[in-house]
Ligand binder design. Structure first.
Ligand code: NAP
Length: 289
C-alpha cells in the first residue's frame, strides 16, 4: 500500500538514495575488478530455515549480483552448534577469496551469537557487528558501521538534517541497531537519550526528541501524539506485513521529515552493506592491485 504524508511531513526516500549508492558501489566494484582481476566477494551465512531470514539473505545476494559483487552462500542446519558456526566463520575469515562476511541475525537461541560474530575478522566485518566495529563507531575511528545505523546517518545527511546540539531519542538498545545508532548520533554531536523496555514514561522522552529513531520491533508502536511537532522521524522497524514501528499517518501529521516503511531505512541497510563490501575488497586487494 502506498503511503501519503500530511502537508507538514516530507518523505525521506531511502529507496532512491540506496539506488544511487548501489550504482556507485557497482562502478567501484567494476573498476576494482578491471584493476585486480578479482571482483569483491561477500560470504553470507544462514543458520536454519526461518523464512524471513531466507528472504533477507536472498535480497542481499540479489543486490550484490546487481552491483557486480560476488556472493558465496553457506546454509547451515538449524541444529548447528556454536563451535561449528565459529569454525565456519573462522574459515571464511582466513579465506583470501572472501572480502566480507555477513552472519544473518538472529541465529537459533541455542547458539552464542556474540561468539559467532566475534569470529568475523575485523577487516571483513562489513555488517559492522563485532565488538571491534562497535568500538570504532563509538570512538569515531576508522571501521565499518553497523549497516542499519550507518544507513540511517547517511539518510539524515542526505536530507541535510543538522544533528549538532539536537536531541536524538533512540527507542531500542539492541547491539545491531539501537546502541550503535546512538553512538553514531553522539559522534555527530547530538544529545542522545536511549529508551528501552524498562524506561518509565516513554512518551515524556519521545516528546522531547528533535530526531526520533524507532528501533523497537513492535508494529505501529509510536504515535503522533508521542512526538514533538516538527520532529525528524526515522522508523527502523520492519514487522510482518511491511509495517514499521511508527504509526505512519499520525506521525506524518506532526513530523517535518519521516521515513516510510517500506522504502526508508530497509534499502539503506542493504546499500550500506554493499558499499562496505566494496570498501573491504578495495582495502584487501589494494596490495595485490
Ligand atoms: P530487538 O533486538 O528485539 O530490540 C528491540 C529493542 O526495543 C530492545 O532494546 C527493547 O528493550 C526495546 N523495547 C521493546 N519493547 C519496548 C517498549 N515497550 N518500550 C520501549 N522499548 C522497548 O530488535 P532489533 O533487532 O533492534 O530490531 C528492531 C526493529 O528494527 C525490528 O522491527 C526489526 O525488524 C527492525 N530492523 C530493521 C532493519 C532494516 O534493515 N530495516 C535491520 C535490523 C532491524 P530491552 O533492551 O529492554 O529489551
Amino acid at each position: 500500500m502506498s503511503q501519503t504524508t500530511s502537508p507538514t511531513a516530507r518523505l525521506m526516500d531511502g529507496s532512491a538514495l540506496a539506488r544511487q549508492m548501489v550504482e556507485e558501489a557497482a562502478e567501484r566494484a567494476a573498476a576494482l575488478a578491471a584493476r585486480t582481476g578479482r571482483a569483491p566477494c561477500l560470504a553470507t551465512v544462514l543458520v536454519g530455515d526461518d523464512p524471513a531470514s531466507i528472504t533477507y539473505v536472498r535480497m542481499k545476494r540479489n543486490r550484490c549480483a546487481k552491483a557486480g559483487v560476488r556472493s558465496r552462500h553457506i546454509a547451515l542446519p538449524a541444529d548447528t552448534t556454536t563451535a561449528q558456526l565459529v569454525d565456519t566463520i573462522g574459515e571464511l575469515s582466513d579465506d583470501s577469496g572472501v572480502h566480507g562476511i555477513l552472519l544473518q541475525h538472529p541465529v537459533g537461541p541455542h547458539i552464542d551469537e556474540r561468539a559467532a560474530f566475534e569470529a568475523i575478522a575485523p577487516e571483513k566485518d562489513v555488517d559492522g557487528v563485532t565488538a571491534h566495529s562497535f568500538a570504532a563507531m563509538s570512538l569515531g575511528m576508522d571501521g565499518f558501521a553497523s549497516c542499519t545505523p550507518g544507513g540511517i546517518v547517511r539518510l539524515l545527511d542526505h536530507y541535510d538534517v543538522d544533528l549538532t546540539g539536537r536531541h536524538a531519542v533512540v527507542v531500542g538498545r539492541s547491539a545491531i541497531l539501537g546502541k550503535p545508532v546512538g553512538m553514531l548520533l553522539l559522534g555527530r554531536n547530538a544529545t542522545v537519550t536511549y529508551c528501552h523496555s524498562r524506561t518509565t514514561d516513554l512518551a515524556a522522552h519521545t516528546r522531547e526528541a528533535d530526531v526520533l529513531i524507532a528501533a523497537v520491533g513492535r508494529p505501529r508502536f509510536l504515535h503522533g501524539d508521542q512526538l514533538k511537532p516538527g520532529a525528524v522521524v526515522i522508523d527502523a522497524g520492519y514487522n510482518p506485513g511491511n509495517v514499521g514501528d511508527v504509526d505512519f499517518p499520525s506521525a506524518a501529521a506532526v513530523a517535518s521529515l519521516i521515513t516510510p516503511v517500506p522504502g526508508g531505512v530497509g534499502p539503506m541497510t542493504i546499500a550500506t552493506l554493499l558499499t562496505q563490501t566494496v570498501d573491504a575488497a578495495t582495502r584487501q586487494l589494494g596490495a595485490a592491485g
